[in-house]
Design a protein around this ligand. Sequence first.
Ligand code: SF4
Length: 224
Amino acid sequence: MSSAELERVGARIVSCCRCPRLVAWRAAAASRAPVRFAGQDYWARPVPGFGDPRARIFVLGLATAAHGGNRTGRAFTGNPSAGLLMRALHRAGLADRPSSEHAGDGLRLHRTWLASAVRCPPPADRPTPLERDNCLPYLSAEVAALEDLRVIVCLGGFAWRAALRWAGVRPQPKFAHGGAHRLDGGLTLLGSYHPSPRNVHTGLLTEPMLDDVFGRARALAGLA
Ligand code: SF4
């Protein structure tokens, strides 16, 4: 059953040390917490996916945030990007609350799974191509375990290209907000601008735009 397999995959992810640079960086981030997180025990290990084992929608981010998931142990938790994403998932009926604060906060996702293409935090949010490729088998393993999956929402160009590389699509269709690509196996990739503070502050991404993406994801997933 997928829940047991997801737990096995999660255990493999948590113990991974394949990328020496990122192993060092996740520990370094934990040792210099910003004042607002001072005194907190950081997770400082790779972050497995989180959500509903019956997920039809996989939300794929770029990489674990140094003071978000690397602190809490849960993807898209406790930083501004997570806040915007969680509010959108809640409005779309895919989360039972509009925030994700820490691993024990009781958050439940509905038919949705959250993970990043790279499970450790990279310096400047820029994983190398080798680090991306090292981590793609974990995307593969989680997708295989999520038996009901229909859609992967790729947050930003990095996640879009990582998903296409994982799927072996060549040439790769260009990333576009709202752009979609149907894979041979039946899954649909759906592109969205990443909900980063920068994209929001510059007006590139608005909450209504994110709502449109998740409305479309719901329709593609047969949840509309
Ligand atoms: S980024 Fe992925 S492959 Fe690299 S050490 Fe972290 S979990 Fe392992």
